[in-house]
Write a protein that binds this ligand. Structure first.
Ligand code: SAM
Length: 289
């Protein structure tokens, strides 16, 4: 049995859309590969670009890795709610990928053999206009009922990735995603980079680890950034820890409290406010300071 399927792409004219989708770097990609510019040497080999002093040159802003032509989209799990019982049903996630490449929001998608309506469900979820056609009355009814319910299975494989090197927790990945940063693996000093550059340079981000003090985290971030001319470095503070020691070096790391920590601070502050109002003979527990 084939373990893969091949998708053919045809266009009647040269005038067609083919958007480049970007994915996160694989966990095996090291920082140098992501950050540094490359050029061909005299033997045609790709090498890191260096300036006249022999220092490596950091590359331009990168959006991630362009989607390759091998996609890992799992078959629908036999118990998936998305399953309609239609024998040749395709996963919506597959159609999402195809439509994201060849259409933009508002475009019209036509599937003249729509079967259980997967293309239409995908088009609707991605805000495309759509027309589904099928010779079978049952198929049309099924497609219409799916369009009303819009059940789309999540894929753990796609969400988490297949990479065994993945070492970030879901919480860390969420923090990085919230600040529009992509994760990097296998580096204890840098957890990710902002997708936008600052003053033409990449911005490394570290998330304070569960057992790390703020100072340790800053030191690791500084060490991992050594020799790179970053104009901004960000530490996401995740825990309230007092200053445990003084630095033996200068640091210009910007500390940003995680949303969770900010929320905890807010609750603490409001609770203290309420307590102090009550202690001062307060008459209303709803007063906040
Ligand atoms: C392979 S199925 C499509 C399944 C679909 N990709 C899905 O995810 O459910 C092909 C469909 O083409 C329909 N079909 C076959 N001949 C047709 C024709 N001449 N006009 C319209 N639909 C036709 C069949 O009824 C069947 O539902």
């Amino acid at each position: 049995m084939n373990a893969h399927q091949v998708i053919f792409f045809y266009s009647k004219t040269q005038d067609f859309k083919f958007n480049t989708l970007y994915t996160d770097y694989s966990a095996t990609t090291n920082l140098d590969q992501i950050l540094q510019d490359r050029e061909r040497n005299e033997n045609g080999k790709s090498v890191y670009k260096k300036d006249e002093n022999g220092n490596v040159i950091l590359g331009k802003e990168k959006k991630g890795v362009p989607l390759s032509d091998v996609w890992e989209i799992p078959y629908l799990n036999p118990k998936a709610k998305e399953r309609t019982g239609y024998p040749t049903q395709k996963p919506v996630l597959l159609l999402n990928q195809i439509l994201n490449i060849v259409t933009d929001e508002g475009d019209l998608v036509v599937d003249p053999f729509c079967g259980s309506g997967t293309t239409c469900v995908s088009a609707k979820s991605l805000k495309r206009e759509f027309i589904g056609i099928d010779i079978s009355q049952d198929a049309v009814e099924l497609a219409n009922s799916r369009l009303e319910e819009m059940i789309i299975s999540e894929s753990n494989l796609l969400n988490k990735g297949t990479n065994e090197y993945q070492e970030k927790t879901e919480k860390e990945l969420a923090i990085l995603q919230n600040i529009n940063a992509f994760p990097v693996q296998r580096n204890s000093g840098i957890d990710g980079f902002l997708k936008d550059h600052f003053e033409g340079m990449p911005v490394p981000v570290k998330i304070q680890g569960e057992y790390e003090t703020v100072e340790d985290a800053i030191e690791k971030l500084e060490k991992a950034s050594y020799g790179k001319d970053y104009k901004m470095k960000i530490l996401i503070q995740t825990r309230e820890t007092g200053i445990s020691r003084l630095f033996g070096f200068e640091s210009d790391v910007t500390i940003v409290k995680s949303l969770e920590l900010q929320t905890r601070d807010l609750l603490k502050k409001n609770n203290e406010g309420i307590t102090s109002v009550l202690q001062n003979g307060g008459f209303s527990a709803s007063i906040k300071v």
